[in-house]
Design a protein around this ligand. Structure first.
Ligand code: TRP
Length: 491
């Protein structure tokens, strides 16, 4: 029970490493080199974990379509914690993602008991204005859950694949839990899968940047993605150890399986409920296979991948290949065949009204601590900075914040401060200092005892005041530009 993550009671996570072992979240560090120019939250290890982010990094490198999706429950004031999420949505949008932001009024209605009117007011006045002020572009979609027909329909369909036992295992739901609360969970899963619907361009990688408290939703949604799909692709092995690909289509129409079989070149076996691809894919196989993708952009994208493999394979002629090189070409070929198969399967599924969701990817960021130490809490205004705080008040809160300094100046000069236990340094790390070198300097000076807490507070307070002033001006501009944005309200 200790490690159960509960999205509705801001549990304090003290040991992030447990999340790796227990829930299978991967360390973010490992994929950092694959990201073209990582966001400061990535470089500074504030984002510490992920699921399947490889596919997002690859899409950013190659220009393949992908999405970023996030949701905000309209619960109260928009603050620096929300800014962290918004920054990440906007960063992915700037890096090529189609962006989706849901205002989770269904969740606020069922969990907080808020009226639709209150949800709309907080949704626009707090969250949407700040999102736009921080740089969200009008190409993205913003919607209130309660106004979004496609999300509500999808939520209902998803509901057919979840039962109460699963919900209580994931969320600890009991006999007291209301039906609406459960529906809000299905709605969040629908939020996350919606970007992959046909009307938004079909299956594609989607990343959901969140704090670890939201991971239960991601586990549920990733499971649902698989359960909803018309076909499942599996890598299998014969008893002699030969690998082959198998497409399982339990419950899929016979005609869909036959159609798929027609589109796969090479040796294929069609069974009652599945298809096995027995041929080891080679260059010629890939070329014939890729021609089955009907979307020209995707076809071209895969053509260039195949040409890359071919180029490599032609540099050294196969007999001169080392074992490693042979393996490299083999792996790349195999992987590419799998990806092309996913595309073809998705197209056939769509033709027969089926789904082919890719399990959503996610990133996990550390939470900021409260300005007084401990947790940020909406009931203690001095513990957090709202994006709508009066700039001077914001600066005052910084000056009152708890630092990692010593009791006396003398001691501090001798022993140095502790930036990792300092909420003022945290503000600079998360929000106020863009330049890594400048930040390192502050850190170094603190550790060596040459920098006083007073100096840091002064710097951070000035920067905070400036940021809030600028942000609030931008919010007013956003208010004027609101009708340039695609926003779906409740009718
Ligand atoms: N449950 C999230 C929260 O508290 C809000 C949310 C709704 C969300 N839908 C989402 C988050 C989709 C990420 C993705 O605040």
């Amino acid at each position: 029970m200790d490690n159960k993550l509960d999205p509705w009671s801001s549990s304090n996570i003290t040991d992030y490493s447990k999340l790796f072992e227990e829930f299978g979240i991967s360390p973010f560090e490992n994929i950092l080199p694959e990201i073209p120019s990582p966001h400061k939250y990535m470089r500074r290890r504030i984002i510490f974990g992920h699921r399947d982010y490889e596919q997002i990094a690859e899409a950013m490198r190659t220009g393949a379509p992908f999405s970023v999706m996030d949701g905000f429950m309209p619960s109260g004031k928009v603050h620096l914690g929300h800014k962290m999420v918004m920054d990440q949505v906007i960063w992915h949008q700037e890096n090529g993602a189609s962006a989706f932001v849901g205002i989770a009024d269904r969740e606020a209605f069922s969990v907080r008991g808020f009226s639709w009117k209150k949800c709309r007011e907080i949704g626009v006045e707090e969250y949407i204005l700040s999102l736009i002020a921080l740089g969200f572009k009008p190409e993205g979609l913003i919607y209130f859950q309660s106004g979004c027909r496609s999300v509500k329909d999808l939520a209902f369909e998803l509901g057919a694949r979840v039962n109460f036992s699963e919900l209580s295992a994931i969320y600890g739901f009991s006999g007291e839990t209301s039906l609406s609360h459960m529906l809000s969970v299905a709605t969040q899963a629908a939020d996350i899968l919606q970007p992959q619907l046909e009307e938004f361009g079909g299956p594609k990688p989607v990343v959901v940047p969140v704090g670890p408290d939201q991971d239960p939703h991601l586990r549920l949604t990733r499971g649902l993605a698989g359960k909803m799909n018309m076909f499942r692709i599996e890598e299998r092995e014969t008893s002699e150890g030969w690998k082959y690909l198998s497409i399982r289509g339990k419950g899929a129409p016979k005609e869909a399986l036959q159609e798929l079989k027609k589109r796969i070149p090479g040796k294929v076996k069609l069974y009652e409920e599945h298809i096995d691809i027995l041929q080891t894919p080679d260059y010629a196989f890939l070329e014939r296979f890729v021609s089955q993708i009907s979307q020209p952009e995707k076809r071209n994208y895969f053509m260039s991948r195949i040409q890359e493999i071919a180029k490599f394979a032609n540099v050294a002629k196969p007999p001169e290949f080392s074992e490693y090189e042979k393996y490299f070409v083999f792996r790349r070929t195999w992987k590419t065949a799998g990806k092309i198969l996913e595309e073809v399967v998705a197209e056939v599924a769509a033709e027969f009204d089926g789904y082919a969701f890719i399990p959503p990817a996610s990133t996990y960021h550390r939470f900021m601590s409260g300005l007084q130490g401990g947790k940020m809490s909406s009931s203690t205004p001095d513990s957090y900075i709202a994006l709508t705080d009066d700039p001077k008040e914001g600066a005052k809160k910084v000056k009152k914040a708890k630092t990692g300094g010593c009791m006396t100046l003398e001691e501090q000069k001798k022993l140095g401060g502790k930036p990792d236990e300092c909420s003022v340094f945290e503000l600079m790390l998360f929000h106020l200092i863009e330049d890594d070198e400048e930040l390192m300097e502050v850190r170094q000076e603190c550790v060596c005892g040459t920098r006083t807490c007073g100096a840091c507070k002064q710097l951070a307070a000035e920067k905070m005041q400036e940021f809030l002033k600028d942000h609030q001006e931008k919010r007013e501009l956003a208010r004027e530009d609101l009708d340039e944005y695609r926003i779906i309200y409740k009718k």
